[in-house]
Design a protein around this ligand. Structure first.
Ligand SMILES: [Zn+2]
Length: 143
């Protein structure tokens, strides 16, 4: 699988996914964190093991119009670009661990998206502005 900005091409199977989130302006964090994120490229790891699988979850992530419920909604409603790398059968925590191990970035906001996770500092990752989607998808394929 490769990155997709169109939910019709995202598999309906269960699994994990990475969101590529391009912020073009300083973006407010959810009120519980306060502060904001600097413009840049961010990755968010999530999983979708409910009905509709990765497609229906990511359809929501890609949509601009929604009530803000999850931490990442504060970013996806204003981002310049949001696209999805599906990982059928994958684990969000394994994705985050791999990104860290490969030195591809750092978690900018402790606790972001990982309230119910005991192993990750955050499910949000800040990557170099120069990072390209292909580098990340290759790293994911190596898992
Ligand atoms: Zn985790």
């Amino acid at each position: 699988m490769d990155w997709s900005g169109d939910s019709a091409s995202i598999p309906k199977q269960a699994g994990a996914y990475l969101l590529w989130i391009e912020l073009n302006e300083p973006t407010d964090l959810p009120p519980s964190f306060g502060g904001h994120l600097a413009p840049g490229t961010y990755l968010y790891a999530g999983s979708a093991y409910g009905p509709g699988g990765i497609r229906s979850r990511c359809h929501r992530h890609i949509s601009r119009q929604k009530r803000k419920k999850w931490h990442v909604d504060w970013l996806t409603t204003v981002a310049g670009d949001v696209c999805v790398l599906p990982v059928v059968g994958g684990s969000e925590c394994a994705l985050i661990t791999m990104l860290g191990n490969q030195g591809l970035g750092f978690p900018p906001v402790p606790g972001f998206g990982s309230s119910d996770c005991r192993s990750c500092q955050s499910h949000l990752f800040s990557v170099e502005r120069s990072a390209i989607k292909q580098t990340i998808s290759r790293a994911v394929q190596s898992l």
